[in-house]
Ligand binder design. Structure first.
Ligand code: F6P
Length: 363
């Protein structure tokens, strides 16, 4: 198939995520093979529209070999909102609106439509540009899997594999040393990575933001395991898990930032029990490295469909997965709608049924 010669752009913003390169590859291949268009890679999120000289044409040759590569060949930033962009003036950072400049630069670059790959923040910016008349199509990305408009985002499956592998490894050392092992996983305000990896890794306790827990209950489930002859315990903690106001002795537990949540809980367990406790914070390991086959496939389907939407001039839409099929929704309705774990969902009930505790009651 071919339509009139066009030039489209592709950019990604926010945190990187396994599968970004697979989307870029699918966009470039579909645009060139199916439509005979030219594709420009816009660098470092929307910054590439503020400084267009950073951008470069993406060809079949230049994208060769990127399918299994983590990260993004375009570079990215999560400090790149052109509507509110910090610039240094007389030693101070002042916020400026570069949106008009981006619109002008895009037309100067000859780009008539932009495929924007991003999470909620980036898609929000894409939506603002769409309202100004920019032709945009969105592709949802995040390891957190917290976008309501799509059943799954690419990157989640890879993060899940990394987290599950870590839990498997912690299991064996927890058992050898009779320890309580806590592992903190990412996910922002949502407990998807913790819930899925906790089930897949056979965790004993899973703590997620959506289910309030107490330290006493966590300690009680560790004691009950011990009474049953299992003197070790694996606790998966979502980075967004909300610390209870008080520890097991009624002492105040101050709020902790992501990256420090499992340490706070580990400290409180150590204070309450005569157990050796160790904490692992997985961090950005979950976001790096090669995408899983599932993520490569989903990314490819998303990227190809995004170009189809551009071909149809069906702008202001975001591709998504629904009932296993690739569809699209207005970006306007997709942004700001965060998907959280329903505490009554069957993942939680199945986990409870097999004896996993969520720290709210002992199973
Ligand atoms: O949204 C993806 C994510 O990895 C979250 O899970 C995590 O909280 C955050 O990004 C980390 O962001 P940064 O890379 O800025 O530290």
């Amino acid at each position: 198939m071919s339509t009139a010669q066009r030039t489209i752009g592709v950019c990604n913003g926010g945190g990187d995520c396994p599968g970004l390169n697979a989307v870029i590859r699918a966009v470039v291949r579909t645009a060139i093979n199916e439509f005979g268009w030219t594709v420009v890679g816009v660098k470092n999120g929307f910054n590439g529209l503020i400084w267009p000289e950073q951008s470069e044409e993406l060809t079949l040759e230049s994208i060769r070999g990127i399918l299994p590569r983590g990260g993004t060949i375009l570079g990215t930033t999560n400090r790149g909102n052109p509507f509110n962009f910090g610039v240094e003036e007389n030693g101070k950072i002042v916020m400026q609106d570069f949106s008009k400049q981006c619109m002008e630069n895009m037309s100067r670059m000859g780009i008539d439509a932009l495929v924007v790959i991003g999470g909620d923040g980036t898609l929000h910016i894409a939506n603002e540009f769409s309202k100004l008349g920019m032709n945009v199509v969105g592709v949802p990305k995040t390891i957190d899997n917290d976008l309501e408009a799509t059943e799954i985002t690419f990157g989640f499956d890879t993060a899940l594999h990394v987290a599950t592998d870590a839990i498997d490894r912690l299991h064996t050392t927890a058992e050898s040393h009779h320890r309580v092992m806590l592992v903190e996983v990412m996910g922002r305000e949502a407990g998807w990575i913790a819930l899925h990896s906790g089930i897949a890794g056979g965790a004993d306790v899973i703590l997620i933001p959506e289910i309030p827990f107490t330290i006493e209950t966590v300690c009680e489930s560790i004691r009950r395991r011990e009474a049953g002859g299992r003197d070790f315990c694996v606790v998966v903690v979502a980075e967004g898990a909300k610390l209870p106001g008080k520890d097991a002795h009624g002492k105040a537990m101050p709020d902790a930032r992501p990256g420090q949540v499992a340490n706070s809980i580990g400290y409180a367990i150590r204070e309450a029990m005569d157990k050796e406790v160790r904490v692992t914070v997985l961090g950005h390991v979950q976001r790096g490295g090669s995408p899983s086959p599932f993520d490569r496939i989903l990314s490819t389907r998303f990227g190809a469909h995004a170009v189809e939407l551009v071909a149809r001039k069906d702008y202001g839409k975001m591709v998504c997965l629904r009932a296993g099929k690739i569809e699209s929704v207005p970006i306007d309705t997709a942004v700001g709608a965060c998907k959280l774990v329903d505490p009554e969902c069957d993942y939680v009930t199945a986990a409870r049924a097999i004896g996993i505790t969520f720290g709210d009651r002992v199973e």
